[in-house]
Write a protein that binds this ligand. Structure first.
Ligand SMILES: [Zn+2]
Length: 392
């Protein structure tokens, strides 16, 4: 008995010494600290905090799927998803995350957060392509009235698909109406713009683009298995389907396509994709999109014209017809011909001239096109209320 006690005493002493050494080492070396919290637990805690803040639902650990896809030297990278029940008008939510061991715990940032860009810049787990995409561009974004995305619709350019539902929430009826449902054509779902792709869940791909944007594609069949995979615009992501592995319901095959900016779903209305500007309806799943003067509502066909360049515009003659090209920035200048409603034009620079009123209001702004002729900004959709390529 005595001996056993004696050994126990030595063991306790050794343990105390080791703790002391570990503590000393932590003070001497700045990093990495011994991490006492499991990274999956740290990510889960952040995910649940967001889920509880966003909805009245009582999400718990059993609803979360944290997948660490890369891990090394005090860093971790992966996906974090909150699954939902298999009801209609519900979809799972989630994030791509980067975590770094800091002060005995994990700093966790989700894609789109400012801290995510900071961690991405330093992390050895993030490849060069991802670093380029994750870096923030200090441009004026949606909140500053810039609705350009540089995105095509998420299927092959030149095809017409049915917009089975107009703008609605990622989850269904909740605001913002970030999402649309599409089906048809060859049923191949493609990246709306270049970026890096991640499999969030079976059937769910997220592509992170430049300028703070990302796009989500859900219900896919035969989706790619992606973990930071570089994709070009139009790259295959999967087929439209009815997959509901992580929640929700799908009565017929389609892609539930959502637009995100800076770590949150944003209203797709006002944004340009495939040279269509989306608009909300009186309620979720209604609404539609406009290309020039052509309007397509839910249930109609959307032709994918491809991405509108950042210095390009779609002619909107506000009722059809043509727009007169002039030799200078005003209606007093000579006519040089015309350009049709729905045509794409490239803007070289802008200047003030005579005022005109189009679909979006009255403006004195005129644009000099790449062919040297001028047109009023009142009859162009650019995604920006102002010059898109500087002043002349
Ligand atoms: Zn949908």
């Amino acid at each position: 008995m005595v001996q056993i006690r004696r050994w126990a005493g030595i063991a306790t002493a050794l343990l105390a010494t080791e703790l002391l050494v570990a503590g000393t080492a932590a003070h001497a070396a700045p990093a990495p600290d011994p991490v006492r919290v499991n990274v999956e637990d740290a990510v889960t805690a952040k995910l649940l905090g967001q889920a509880r803040a966003a909805t009245a639902d009582h999400a718990d650990e059993s609803d979360t799927r944290v997948t660490v896809t890369r891990r090394a030297g005090g860093w971790a990278f992966g996906t974090a998803v909150t699954v939902t029940s298999h009801e209609e008008d519900i979809h799972p939510t989630g994030a791509v995350f980067i975590a770094r061991a800091e002060a005995g715990t994990w700093r966790v940032n989700f894609d789109g957060e400012a801290g995510f860009s900071e961690l991405a810049a330093e992390s050895p787990l993030v490849n060069k392509q991802e670093k380029a995409v994750f870096a923030r561009t200090p441009s004026t974004m949606q909140a500053g009235g810039d609705y350009r995305t540089g995105m095509a619709l998420p299927f092959a350019v030149g095809q017409t698909w049915t917009m089975t539902s107009g703008p609605h929430g990622w989850g269904g009826y909740e605001a913002p109406y970030s999402s649309i449902d599409l089906a048809g054509g060859d049923q191949v779902v493609r990246a709306a713009r270049a970026g890096t792709a991640y499999t969030m869940c079976t059937g769910w791909i997220r592509v992170i683009h430049d300028r703070g944007y990302s796009t989500d594609y859900y219900h896919l069949w035969s989706n790619i298995s992606a973990n930071g995979t570089a994709v070009g615009q139009g790259a295959y992501l999967g087929y439209t389907g009815t997959d509901v592995t992580c929640g929700g319901a799908a009565s017929g095959r389609h892609v539930h396509f959502g637009l995100r900016q800076n770590s949150a779903y944003v209203s797709i209305a006002g944004h340009g994709l495939g040279k269509w500007e989306f608009a909300n309806g009186a309620s979720a799943y209604q609404g539609g999109a406009r290309h020039g003067s052509a309007w397509v509502g839910a249930g109609g066909g959307l032709y994918n014209y491809g991405a509108l360049g950042f210095n390009q515009a779609v002619v909107d003659a506000n009722g059809g017809g043509t727009l007169t090209r002039r030799s200078g920035p005003g209606s007093g200048y000579g006519a040089l011909g015309s350009v049709g409603d729905g045509a794409t034009v490239t803007v070289s620079c802008s200047a003030n001239g005579t005022s005109h009123t189009g679909r979006y209001g009255t403006t004195a702004l005129w644009n000099r096109l790449s062919d040297g002729s001028w047109v009023s900004d009142a009859y162009l959709w650019t995604g920006v209320n102002g010059p898109i390529n500087g002043w002349c």
